[in-house]
Design a protein around this ligand. Structure first.
Ligand SMILES: C[S@@+](CC[C@H](N)C(=O)[O-])C[C@H]1O[C@@H](n2cnc3c(N)ncnc32)[C@H](O)[C@@H]1O
Length: 269
């Protein structure tokens, strides 16, 4: 079979398995399996695919067809200007979280050597992206999951970025002070999970299910800026809670799809 035939067959298979973006996924999976650039799938469209290559590709395509997240099947994923290792130890970093990073960078503008803590760091995405953009920052990242922290440590090493990793519950035991506390805490209600895409079943449930972490952060984060990624339906309510708790300059910003997603406030008392 030629590369074009294998690619078209893969697109058809992934379409039948309900994948939303079958062509992009097929291209990324085949390029990965065959160690090619995506463009080479087209420039070499009539070259034959060897049996060994097909076997390698088939395994990855089957996993994706079973609705394993693309980022887990590929083993790495781009976030901001970094490439992060991704596997079942932590949530796949989402594009909306890149907007959280951008918002933090705006708020930190003018603060030299800022002290930052990323609560619930997962792959290390937010903490590492901030350290990458602000090398002068002292960045701490916490998680309650030792597995997630191990993955974050690997990502820090791979990207040659130095951050402090702490296994703890939210901010517990951290002396501070911090100029900015950022978090993308779990925000899916347990009863919403089943209705969501099947890929979520592969991700750690502790990274997804809201067990009051957002509320507890609002009650306990008493340093500088607090920046939270939240469920779009709850953004305005969370902004009101921040105001009631005594935060100033409360503001809601939108993700790339225009959904209310990021709530920030400044602790001034
Ligand atoms: C939605 S994921 C976000 C991961 C990463 N920050 C990102 O944006 O891709 C939430 C993370 O919070 C962690 N987590 C959940 N409850 C926690 C708690 N009480 N204290 C610390 N981390 C917690 C989970 O293990 C998970 O890694």
């Amino acid at each position: 079979m030629t590369l074009a035939e294998v690619l078209n067959g893969t697109v058809e298979y992934l379409t039948a398995r309900g994948i939303d973006t079958p062509r992009v996924d097929a291209e990324l999976l085949l390029a990965h399996a065959l160690e090619l650039q995506r463009i080479e799938l087209y420039t070499q469209h009539d070259r034959p695919v060897t049996e060994a290559e097909r076997t390698r590709a088939r395994d990855l395509v089957r996993r994706r067809g079973e609705r394993e997240p693309l980022a887990y099947v590929l083993g790495d994923w781009d976030f901001c200007r970094l490439t992060l290792k991704t596997d079942k130890r932590a949530l796949v970093p989402r594009p909306e979280t890149e907007v959280v990073v951008e918002r933090c960078l705006v708020l930190l503008d003018g603060t030299s050597e800022p002290r930052i803590v990323d609560v619930g760091t997962g792959t290390g995405a937010i903490a590492l992206a901030l350290k990458h953009e602000r090398p002068d920052a002292h960045v701490t990242a916490t998680d309650r999951s030792a597995d997630a922290l191990a993955l974050a440590a690997e990502n820090a090493r791979e990207n040659a970025l130095e951050i402090e990793l702490v296994e703890t519950d939210l901010l517990e035991g951290l002396p501070g002070p911090f100029d900015l506390v950022v978090s993308n805490p779990p925000y899916v209600a347990e009863n919403e999970l089943e209705a969501l895409e099947p890929e979520l079943a592969y991700e750690p449930q502790d990274a997804l299910v809201d067990r009051g972490q957002t509320q507890r952060l609002i009650e306990t984060a008493r340093f500088g800026w607090l920046v939270l990624e939240v469920h779009e339906a709850r953004a305005q309510g969370i902004a009101a809670e921040l105001q009631r708790a005594g935060f100033a300059d409360v503001h809601v910003s939108q993700d790339l799809a225009g959904r209310d997603r990021i709530v920030e406030g400044r602790w001034i008392q």
